[in-house]
Every structure is written in C-alpha cells, then in structure tokens.
Design a protein around this ligand. Sequence first.
Ligand SMILES: NC(=O)c1ccc[n+]([C@@H]2O[C@H](COP(=O)([O-])OP(=O)(O)OC[C@H]3O[C@@H](n4cnc5c(N)ncnc54)[C@H](O)[C@@H]3O)[C@@H](O)[C@H]2O)c1
Length: 281
Amino acid sequence: MENIAVIGAGTMGNGIAHVFAQKGFKVQLIDAQAPALEKAMATIEKNLDRQISKQTITTEDKASTLSNIQLSNSIEQGVAHADLVIEAATENAEIKKKIFASLDQYAKPNCILATNTSSISIGELAAATKRPTLVIGMHFMNPVPIMKLVEIINGEATAASITDSIVALTKKIDKIPCVVKDAPGFIANRILMPMINEAIHAFSEGISDAATIDQIMKLGMAHPMGPLQLADYIGLDVCKNIMTIMEEGFNNSKYAPAALLVKMVEQGKLGVKTGEGFYKY
Ligand SMILES: NC(=O)c1ccc[n+]([C@@H]2O[C@H](COP(=O)([O-])OP(=O)(O)OC[C@H]3O[C@@H](n4cnc5c(N)ncnc54)[C@H](O)[C@@H]3O)[C@@H](O)[C@H]2O)c1
C-alpha cells in the first residue's frame, strides 16, 4: 500500500493524514468544505512544528511530510489511485453511507475501504458497497499523532486477509492494532462511555462535585484525566450520541444517556468546544 486517501479533514482526518504522510505514504486529503482543508493543513504544520521543537523530527521531515499530502474536494478524483481509503467524515450514518457508495463507485476494485467511525456499524457501511469483504473499521484515537491505539473492527463480511493487511499497515505507522468484532461501541467506547455516563449520574445526584469525582478516578485508577473532564474534551453531544447508539443497538436501557447529559446537550453546554461543560473554558 502506497497511496492513502482520507475522507474528512476535521479533527481526526488531519491527524490520520499527518501520520501516514510522515511515514512516507502519499496521502490525498479530501473534504467537502474548502476551509476545512485549509484549516487541516495549518493544523498539520503546527503539529509538525511542535514535533521539531521537541526534536522528534527534523525540518527536512516536516518538508517531506507536507510534500506527501495533496488536498482535494472531489472524492471521484481524490480516491482514483488509492490502495486504501480511510473515511473520517462527520459521525452520521446517512452521510457515511453516501460516502461509501461513492467510494465503491470511484475507488479501484481492490481498494480497501476503512472507516474511523466511533460507533456506526461496519456492516451497515459495508452494505452500502458491493465489496463488503474489503470494508473494515480503523478507529484511531484523538490526538492521532500521539495516541498509539488503533481499534481494528472486523465487519461480519470482512475478509481475514484484509484484517491481516490492516494490522500490518497499522504497525508500519508505529501504532498498535487491537482487533475486535463489530458490535455497538466496539470495545473502547462500550467501556469508556458508560463510565462517563455513571460519573454524570453521580454528579447529578450530588454525591460529589466535578473536580472531586475526577480526582478520585485520576488518583484511584491512575486515569490521566477524570471522566467529566474527558467528557468535556470529547464533546457532550458526542458522548450522548454514542450512548444512544449503544442503547438502541443492544436494546438495553442500561446504556440510556443520563438525564443531565441530555439536558446539557439541549442547553448547548457541549464542553470545551462551546466554552462550557462540567467546567468552564
Ligand atoms: N473527535 C474524536 O475524538 C474522534 C475520535 C475517534 C473517532 N472519531 C470519529 O472520526 C470521524 C470524524 O470525526 P471528527 O471529530 O474528525 O469530525 P469533524 O467534524 O472534526 O470533521 C469531519 C469533517 O468531515 C467533513 N465532511 C462531512 N461530510 C463530508 C463528505 N460528504 N465528504 C467529504 N468530507 C465531508 C466535514 O467538512 C468535516 O471537515 C467520526 O466518525 C468520529 O466519530 C472521532
């Protein structure tokens, strides 16, 4: 695999493009919105500069990384030569199904189609294509250049040889692959989100204040960040959506988003991105 196309140049897409380009892959970074592409390149440059100041890369590495990235606002042109497409567009099943249908139309017949979705079923996205054996989940963590884990999700139809290729590729970019089956929330969010939700229940019952709840989990469980602060960073809307997808997917009310979480989302208190969540920013 030499040519990688990344669909969506937001938070995750720019990080995924950065990591592959730095490892010498040719990357097409594709977004429907031109400003998103400009912002992504500025972010990648800023993150490369940070790596230079930490002396983990040289100025030559920065130049070669940037020269490996091409920008495009057309899926048709951007994926034409890709060996692998990684879709990192907005977390919305309808948007992603449309993207997968057009990837199937325009990508080479043997091109692998991966998705960075946090919660949408791989099988559902594979069903939008005529190549379900070549569809797989590649769930990177934020911030991509720093976090080592890639959760690899096998759809029911994913061919074993495709999983093997993606596992090998993940190691090649210095990440650690962990392979799981396709189920609501996969593993990372299935365990993380109920913990965050439970912290919100405890907070709303007045058992303790946000800072103390977070401190207990940091000191007691060696978590680098407490669950309420982490929820603010992830975005409370994202947390609520993932809980709802698990509640519906498992048909089990134990995954119902906490009433306070729903209320805060309705009030537009989404965490860091809106300046207020469990903390003020
Ligand atoms: N943000 C995280 O912490 C995180 C972590 C792991 C996985 N994810 C997943 O990664 C994916 C992307 O998340 P994000 O946080 O980067 O989102 P984001 O909103 O920052 O970026 C999404 C980008 O997709 C673009 N886009 C939307 N529709 C498109 C289309 N049809 N064609 C091309 N581009 C399109 C948007 O213009 C936007 O720039 C989601 O599936 C999300 O669940 C996010």
